[in-house]
Structure formats: structure tokens, C-alpha cells
Write a protein that binds this ligand. Sequence first.
Ligand code: PNW
Length: 456
Amino acid sequence: MKFPKDFVWGSATSSYQIEGAWNVDGRGPSIWDAFCQIPGKVFNNETGNVACDHYHKIKEDVVLMKAMGLKAYRFSISWSRILPQGRGEVNEKGIKFYSDLIDELLANNIEPWVTLYHWDLPLALQLEMDGWLNKDISDVFAEYAQICFEHFGDRVKHWITFNEAWVVSILGYGQGVFAPGRISNAEPYLAGHHILIAHAKAVKLYREKYQFLQKGKIGITNNCDWREPLTNSKEDKEAAERALEFFLAWFTDPIYFGHYPKSMVERLGERLPEFTREEKEMLMGSTDFFGLNHYTTMLASEAKEVEQGSVYGNGGLSEDQDVNLSMDPDWELTEMKWAVVPWGCRKLLEWISERYNYPEIIITENGCAYDDRLINGEVNDIKRVEFFEGYLKECSRAIEKGVNLKGYFMWSFMDNFEWASGYSKRFGVHYVDFNTLERTPKTSAIWFGNFIRTNS
Ligand code: PNW
């Protein structure tokens, strides 16, 4: 495998998934704190109240990063730790926490990559203004972003405005399986629209007021699985293309071309909002790199009869796309039931490169969930090693083919709160106590992480 000398090697986490300390030092509640309180929303009714207790363990965790040889660490800021009400008064203790973390990372030669929004919207903004459904939230987001640039931009040189607008829109406002739990076939497109505008406003602000002085880069991360046509038929090839447009180009076409993909405009009609001329101009070119989270691949075929309703993680509201998704039974599955298909990663990288004229791509997440067992103090995780070897080989092949891939962050730095799946396995047997290897409802099973911190 060949990777450029300046290639960025890192690992990633997000605030709600690891920090814990949910009501400590003035942090305000987020929509995930509220969502977790509703019985049945999260597997086993688990919460991020404690999680990995990273809030109290910065030093220890940076020691682990250093031991692992990380060059870069991607984390997210909890908006309601900085602004307990989402706007207005700043919580100095929240600022200090992230400032200390950044200093600790830099002291260990680990480059901080900061995501501003990884799904934990301040609850006040959900209650007061309906969260991402309200157009005005883009200004509120930009104000929050400004506070972050102001306090951390002297040391942070890589900013990511949003993590996975698709998940926020589809899982949060379409299927209702993630906070704020809304179910609708129109709201995802409105929420996604406002996220794009919020992204563009934050980038404009950074470029006009900070980039010149702070000399950092700013971008956005979107997620996409690969969609391989089920057969060679024209219909299935078009279905696969359409599925990629509804998944990824939904958020990246506006940023590179200033408009939504034609397939979406045609099929969604009035449910897809339009950008004003000013918004288009603000969006075009509003990213310094193409942030990509990639996990799996599915087969796509033209839907003769549309499967009604939606499936968790299927790539959107399928009834809007006329696409049916399936899997090759020979593919190996992770604990999330996501297929391990390394070549899909290369094909996606090539698809992005061709469509957007070879942008600099950073894989900001890639990884796998396995039921790791601690035996004599060790996890012999052969499958995870194979997973990374497979995906990295295809990344290296993509680079040989001209893809401008410049970084790779594995998900996740440590075992953490996996949203609606909690700490436990969503599928199969649960709870392994790592000390006794007994199954008990008190400890957590391993998801993606390299490091284990039991929560008993
Ligand atoms: C990403 N899907 O989430 C997130 O960025 C992480 O916070 C998360 O832990 C990780 O991937 C693993 O799930 C996703 O349904 C959640 O397709 C769901 C989907 C994709 C990404």
C-alpha cells in the first residue's frame, strides 16, 4: 500500500457519544439527552449521561491516543456545553474544557480536527424554534460557530461544520429513529436545506473574518455507502446512480454546483425547497475539502413495486427514489449488519472524484463493529484488522488511480454510545462483562473502538 507522506492518519469520536458529564459545569441539555429519556427510543434505554466519561479523563485519553500513534484526532464540540441555551450566554467552563483538550492534544503533537455539529442540538433550540425546521437557525448556528472560531481558531486548523446531514435529516426527521424523532416525508428535505444554509453561513464567516489570520481549513463531512447496480440493466444502473444522488449528492451538489441533483428536483417537487440566488452563491465552493464517512455497500435495483415504509440505514426514504436495496448473501456482515465490501469504498471515491473534479477527499470515518471478547487482557480482533487492511488497500488503489485522498480517520477512537443502539448490541446477544466475561446487564459490549472503558 502506498500513501502520500503528508497523509493524515487519525481516529474520531463525537461529544455525546463519549463525554458523559451531561449535567456538569453548566452544560445545557441537548436533544439527545431528551430523546434518551423516552422509554424505548434507545436500545435498553441507555443514555450518554456517563458514556466514556471523557469529560473527566482528557489526560488519560490523550495518553491512549499517543500510545496508538495518532497524528490527528477528530472530535466534536457539544454546542450546549458552550451555549447552554443554544444562544446568548456563553458557559466559560465549556470553553475551558475544549481549550484544555486542544492544548493537551497539541502538547502531544496530535492535530485537532473539530466538528461543530455532531447531532447534539441544544434542547432549547428544538423547543423554541423547532430545530432544523426553522430557517432562522442558520444564523444561530453561525453565531455558535463564531464563538468556536474566536476561542479555538488560534490552535484548531481543521474545522468540519456538520457531520452527516443525511443522518440528521433522514434518521432524525424522516424515519424518526434518531433525535428529535420526527417522522415525515417532507421534513427531511427542509431540515437538510437549512443545514446546508447554516453550513454556508459559518464558512462565509470563517473565510471573511478568521481564515486569513488563523490560516485553517474548513469543510463539511457527509456520509455515503456505495450503491452497486444489481444487474447490468440500464434501469438498475440508473437506480444505483439515483440512490447515490439521494444519499450524497443531495448535500454535495449544492456545495459544488449550487443546486440539488435533477433526480431529486424531479421526484420531490414542492417537498424540495429552492435556494435563493444569494444562497447559491454562498454555497458554491463552500468547502476546502470533501469530508466523507463511509461504512458499507448495498445493491440497488429499479423498484418496479416500491417497498413502502423505510428501513433503518437503507439510504433514505426509499419510496422517493424508486430504488430497492439488497445485499449479496456472500458478503460478510459486521455486528451492525453492515456488509464488509472494500471495493465499494474505492468505487465511491472514484465516483466522487469524477463528479466533483477530483477534490481533496478526507475519509473522516470508516470502521466496523465486532463483538470483541477480552481474553487474558487482550482482544484478538482479527476481523477488525482484516477490515482495515481491506479498506485501506482499496484506498491506496484509488490513490493510484488519481483520487486525491489526503486523510483517513478510523471510527472510533474508543468504544462509545452508539446512538439508538446504545452501548449494547442491537442484534443478537448483549452485555459482556470484561472482567469476568459473564453476560450481565451492567457493562457494555464493544462497538467500533480500539480502547475499552467499561461502564459498570
Ligand atoms: C455515523 N446509517 O453514524 C456517525 O457519524 C457516528 O456517530 C456513528 O457512531 C457511526 O457512524 C457508526 O454508526 C451513522 O443508518 C449512523 O446509514 C447511521 C447510519 C450511517 C452513519
